[in-house]
Design a protein around this ligand. Sequence first.
Ligand code: MRU
Length: 476
Amino acid sequence: MSGSPPDPSRRRFFRQFAGEVVTSAAQVVGAVAEVRDRSAAEAQALLGGVEPVVSGPGTPGARAGARGILERAAGGAAPSGFRTPFRFDAADTLLVIDQRALPDELIELPVHNAYDGARVIREMAVRGAPAIGQVAALSLALSGWLARNAPPRSRDAIVRAAAKHLAEARPTAVNLGWAVRRVMAAYDAAAAAHDAATAVAAHDAATAAKAGASGPEIAAAMRAEADRIVFEATDDHGRLAEHGFSVLPDVGDRELRLLTHCNTGPLACGQFGTALGVIQVAHHAERPLHVWVDETRPYLQGARLTAWELAQAGVPHTLIPDVAAASLMAAGRVDAILVGADRVAANGDVANKVGTYPLAVLAARHGIPFYVCAPISSVDLDTADGAAIPIEERAPDEVTQVRGRRIAPDGTAVWNPAFDVTPAQLITVIVTEEGVLHPPFEPALRAAADARASRRGPHAGPRPGPHPGAVEPAPA
Ligand code: MRU
């Protein structure tokens, strides 16, 4: 495997929103706001002036066609795409694209608090490990804001219950607990400072007034941490994509044929994407390539979302039934397989969308490199190996039905695991924002997590500690 050096003139595409020198919280928030503003504007531009429809309890059945996006892509419009599957509206309501309706319709669901956030995550309106973490962080911050004027003990109970509820929304993507823990750490730090001020205030009316104003400040600290998570993902995924690009196989002048599974693009990640980010960097570096897109039964993230994102980005691709991947590999028509991860265990075992493990077995059989593209936020050093990763099982109707239409006999028994575990031995490299990791993965993952922590500071790594779902509300 030889590396093609990244074309520096192309880096701007992946750096323009990331900002290379961001150190203060104020700068971070500004950068995030810019990402959001641009995303909203791009969404409208892509839709040819059609506003995405905000759907909610008051607007049942409201829909807008999203076909204009593909038509524009087909018509040679500049490659683009959503850089985030969510945005804030003016009223501090998080609007989340309902990915279940794509590619036919663009619907945005309003999220006002952590319970709304947990619902859109659980029901997979938003999905993909990094995006799940970001929506969890932002919706928890919204709950903190709603509780800002509550008495401190009530506020504490409200915020902790919200964190617990969110953390339980889906079990496998470790980014969810990681993001909730980070926002709760910001909450704890701000609340502790507030409580100290309140203790002083008992003897000092002026300080008491100041302490009374701290509910909004605590909420602001939660929001700042959530914004930081979103911003860091933008930067991290851009780095990851460039690292991944540098190790793509050298196949001479012919086109590079990559196979991918599920959806790992901006819809799944909030920004550039992981495996799909690598593919987009290669495309923007004008490397001839063709992508085989697994349809990804049963939820069809490949057919509905990856094909849609690649079409927007102008990347040549072909959709295949998952079961056709073996024949393609046997025929020598796949040069590398790129997938994402929902959780990377300490030993390098990887949980990802069900169907990933069979691809890795086939890749080993046919001598094809198998790349896992995962930010450090998807690494769980507290979980020793894949056997300890909780695998989500989802409802039978995802298998017995296709988009609401039953295809199996009524009452058919179903086993529907959403993920599977690929053993570390089948993985060629793990691509992270800290570089490309080779086996043995455990020391490499620990070093990469340390490198990220020192680059970002103490609050930005996978931190061992109790899962927020296990944290009891403080005694009243
Ligand atoms: O069930 P989903 O759609 O949330 O599963 C998503 C995946 O398995 C992705 O491959 C994974 O989250 C990585 S996204 C960068």
